[in-house]
Ligand binder design. Structure first.
Ligand SMILES: Cc1cc2nc3c(=O)[nH]c(=O)nc-3n(C[C@H](O)[C@H](O)[C@H](O)COP(=O)(O)OP(=O)(O)OC[C@H]3O[C@@H](n4cnc5c(N)ncnc54)[C@H](O)[C@@H]3O)c2cc1C
Length: 330
């Protein structure tokens, strides 16, 4: 197995391509596009991971920084120090070019880092939607702080942008209605621009995550709740594992065993994420909306627990970008 097709243009596709070409496999990228997110925040651990995977120790060192978070989550607002860098999905793609070569004839394996997948369906754990809108900040001094606030019917997340602007994400209802319930974020918002159409903002897991000659990677495989702010790093973690699985298959490893390990690891990641989210939604508020979100997340957690109970114990461990049998590592 030498010729790998990768579908997608996001950070998952780029991570897979970078690692696989590094081990000598040929990759052909098929670009796919959707409107990209104009501002994303990469925490220092997330950026550290991306820098090390792509061998780019200076990546985004010139981008604006976030130095604190103001959080009002089921109690009075607190200020906590925070280290993060602001960029955009387009900025990530421009900064991480990939080399792709045309491959004559059929490819041996496809990494789907973009929808649609060849078969199966996306299981979603809840029903809430998000809306984003560009805003103007009342005070430019807020350029280094992000704000997150739980309100009666949902939550709001404010990320500063360039030149006194920012992006406001509202989850749970119309963004102006949520802003009307806000005490932490509303006072710093001067004006709000047009809002996006609502988009799904719940954890989601595609099953199956693989077939005989393909696997799913990145947000096409597994989507995180935006509350965790870790979507880009999660896609990179999946890319590391996907590339390690493909490398091991190319080197003669047991295909079914490796692909099944991949699926189990992603289900386990989703299970951890669901529990983390459930804790946030348990603490955000006491109304019906908050209880319904929490219960749907715990249903999802039980669903993933039941799936994992039917799967064997993990048989491999990651050692850098390679998988090694667990016994050999012990
Ligand atoms: C509003 C918003 C704010 C976010 N903020 C943050 C943040 O602050 N920090 C963070 O780490 N993450 C954030 N994320 C998540 C982060 O942007 C994604 O998790 C990350 O880009 C996923 O990368 P990916 O390569 O897995 O998939 P994507 O980049 O989502 O997509 C992979 C490929 O699939 C294509 N594609 C996706 N959907 C479709 C479709 N429907 N039709 C056709 N092609 C499609 C894309 O064009 C791309 O080529 C945010 C996401 C949203 C929506």
């Amino acid at each position: 197995m030498k010729h790998i097709a990768i579908r997608g243009s996001g950070i998952a596709a780029r991570g897979c391509a970078h690692i696989l070409t590094g081990v000598g496999l040929r990759v052909a990228i098929e670009d796919t596009h959707r409107p990209s997110v104009p501002t994303i925040m990469l925490s220092d651990p997330a950026l550290g991971l991306i820098r090390s995977v792509f061998d780019r120790p200076d990546l985004f060192c010139d981008r604006p920084r976030i130095r604190r978070r103001l959080v009002a989550w089921g109690g009075p607002a607190v200020t906590v120090p925070h280290g993060a860098t602001l960029t955009s999905e387009a900025g990530v793609q421009a900064a991480l070019p990939v080399s792709s070569e045309p491959i004559d004839g059929p490819t041996d394996f496809t990494i789907h880092a973009a929808p649609p997948l060849p078969l199966g369906e996306m299981r979603i754990f809840g029903e809430r939607h998000a809306i984003a809108a560009q805003i103007r900040l009342r005070d430019p001094a807020g350029a280094e702080e992000a704000r997150i606030e739980a309100v009666a019917d949902g939550w709001l997340y404010l990320v500063p942008g360039q030149a006194g602007t920012g992006w406001l994400l509202g989850v749970g209802g119309p963004i102006d209605a949520l802003l009307g319930q806000s005490v932490l974020i509303a006072p710093v918002v001067d004006a709000m621009g047009a809002a996006t159409t609502p988009f799904l903002a719940v954890p989601r897991l595609h099953l199956p995550l693989y077939g005989a000659d393909w696997l799913a990677c990145g947000s096409a495989a597994l989507g995180f709740d935006p509350i965790c702010g870790d979507g880009a790093a999660q896609s990179v973690r999946e890319a590391i594992l996907a590339a390690a699985v493909v490398t091991a298959i190319a080197e003669g490893g047991d295909r079914e065993e490796l692909l099944s390990h991949y699926q189990a690891m992603l289900i386990a990641a989703m299970r951890r994420h669901l529990l983390l989210c459930a804790q946030f939604y348990a603490n955000g508020g006491g109304g019906d909306w908050w209880r319904a979100q929490h219960d749907a997340l715990m249903d999802g957690h039980r669903y993933c627990t039941a799936l994992l109970a039917k799967l064997p114990e993990p048989r491999f461990l990651l050692d850098g970008f390679r998988l090694v049998p667990r016994q050999a590592a012990a």
